[in-house]
Ligand binder design. Structure first.
Ligand SMILES: Cc1cc2nc3c(=O)[nH]c(=O)nc-3n(C[C@H](O)[C@H](O)[C@H](O)COP(=O)(O)OP(=O)(O)OC[C@H]3O[C@@H](n4cnc5c(N)ncnc54)[C@H](O)[C@@H]3O)c2cc1C
Length: 470
């Protein structure tokens, strides 16, 4: 049997459900990756993510070569390339792993239709999550809309039906007569703005596995205490790898439990970390079930909110010159590294929406353009949570104070100093409020908004559209 495995957001050889399925059944295998023109040209897939993607595809090609296989690479429209290659190579089955992003689901349905018309069989697999949206339901068979009961049900399911470990298989030989194509040149394919050397994470599954291992060894035990401190850099930084499937979520759970078996004292930290991976699954399920959240509020009443379109304030937020040091440090971290700490993401998102009263979708789009881990499901979930329009929303009346968040999570100002050098001369007492010492922070802007007044405005606006008026 001749099988084509279509790589998309599963850029790894190990523990890849579709690849394993193909390896078990195929006499010949055609592993394919298509650089989708629609993806490469879209500004929402910013330079950071595309360069990281490219590096991961390069490493994937190496990993396949070591196993006697050749990654076939094409550039263009997968709706054209997958059926065309299947025809040319006389493929019996096309196999791929499922995606939850609406655009990808539409594309996959079109590819599948074209293949079936040509008499090619198609199979898709669960791979990007441990449990799909249909597997975690309430007792009455409904999907969850709140994280905590979802998480409890998720863990019950994990106890009942833990994912089976992958079996190591040899890959079948390449389908004869197919031109590999090779990777298109980086310069011709990718945006000209190349991220600075060493800024992006190293691509490939070996790097992902090293990162997982070093996180478990170094930071997992204290994760619960240190995960909220941006200066500590004590989280796993696995998000870009999970985004592109360079590491399997099942492997993260398995490795973490193996680590726990040997290091029971790490229980609290490891459990907390695994619950974060369950957040990821929750948002994947939400997007899968409610694709409209990419355009609208999850809670429809909040679609009535009338946002400001103040382009100048938005630019100040984007560029990290709001006059609030923690917010500015975070936005500059994003722009200079393509990544931002989770606590900082929550604070800058709250600031954009509740202090500047700018539509959360503007921030969501900006994040997707810059984040190396930019993921439609987690990003939308995070933005709607922060804007109080989402599933398990931050209640609208709980509004982050950007100064007290800064004092609490960056008490010595280490994170601020790292990204806002103009404030390097201020001591820990004043770095959170540089307007109290303007002479010591030359060139740093005054606050662009009065937090107390903005908070008042946000509360009134939310109350005006709530059905209960409160
Ligand atoms: C406004 C906003 C936007 C966000 N956008 C994204 C995004 O585009 N892509 C993305 O992967 N995450 C996003 N997050 C979630 C979170 O900030 C990142 O997953 C996390 O900071 C990644 O760092 P890490 O890998 O070191 O996380 P760790 O703390 O080590 O967590 C391990 C993994 O769990 C998952 N995870 C952790 N926190 C969350 C969360 N709150 N929601 C969903 N999954 C989570 C990630 O896959 C992460 O890699 C966003 C959060 C907010 C508030």
């Amino acid at each position: 049997m001749r099988i084509l495995h279509w790589f998309r957001i599963d850029l790894r050889v190990r523990d890849n459900r579709s690849l394993d399925w193909s390896a078990e059944r195929g006499d010949f295998l055609l592993p394919l990756f298509v650089f989708d023109d629609a993806l490469v040209a879209a500004p929402r897939h910013g330079a950071n993510r595309l360069h990281f993607l490219y590096a991961c595809v390069e490493r994937l090609a190496d990993a396949l070569a070591k196993r006697g296989q050749t990654l076939v690479v094409r550039r263009g429209d997968p709706r054209v390339w997958v059926p065309r290659l299947a025809r040319e190579a006389r493929i019996d089955w096309v196999s791929f792993n499922r995606d939850t992003v609406p655009r990808a689901k539409t594309r996959d349905a079109e590819v599948e239709r074209a293949l079936r018309e040509d008499g090619v069989q198609v199979v898709s697999h669960k791979d990007h999550v441990v449990f799909e949206s249909s597997e975690i339901l309430t007792k009455t068979g409904q999907p969850f809309s709140v994280y905590t009961p979802y998480r409890n049900a998720w863990w019950r399911q994990y106890e009942l039906d833990p994912p089976t470990p992958p079996r190591r298989r040899r890959l079948p030989p390449p389908v004869p007569g197919v031109e590999a194509g090779g990777l298109p040149s980086r310069d011709r394919l990718l945006p000209a703005s190349i991220p600075a050397e060493g800024v992006l994470p190293t691509g490939g599954e070996a790097a992902a596995r090293r990162r997982l291992r070093s996180f478990l060894e170094r930071d997992s035990a204290a994760y619960a205490e240190r995960r909220d401190l941006p200066a500590a850099d004590a989280t796993s930084r696995l998000s870009p790898y999970l985004r592109l499937g360079v590491v399997s979520p099942r492997e993260c759970f398995r490795e973490a439990f193996e680590w726990l078996a040997e290091h029971p004292a790490a229980e609290r930290g490891v459990r907390k970390w695994l619950d974060e991976l369950v957040w990821r699954e929750f948002y994947q399920a939400i997007l899968d079930l409610h694709p409209r959240v990419l355009r609208r509020a999850y809670r429809p009443e909040y679609d009535a909110l009338r946002w400001s379109a103040d382009a100048e304030r938005f630019a100040a937020w984007c560029e990290g010159r709001t006059g609030f040091p923690f917010v500015d440090a975070a936005m500059r971290q994003l722009r200079s590294t393509g990544w931002m700490h989770n606590r900082a993401r929550m604070v800058v998102a709250s600031f954009l929406v509740k202090d500047l009263w700018i539509d959360w979708r503007w921030g969501e789009r900006f994040f997707l353009e810059h984040l190396v881990d930019g993921d439609p499901a987690s990003n939308n979930g995070g933005w709607q949570w922060s804007a109080s329009t989402g599933t398990d929303a931050q209640p609208y009346f709980r509004i982050f104070n950007p100064v007290s968040q800064s004092e609490r999570y960056d008490p010595d100002g280490v994170y601020i100093r790292r990204f806002v050098p103009e404030l390097g001369g201020l001591d820990a007492g004043r770095i959170h409020r540089p307007w109290t010492a303007p002479l010591e922070a030359p060139g740093y802007p005054p606050p662009i908004v009065d937090h107390a007044a903005a908070r008042h405005h946000a509360l009134r606006a939310f109350e005006s559209v709530r059905p209960d008026g409160r």
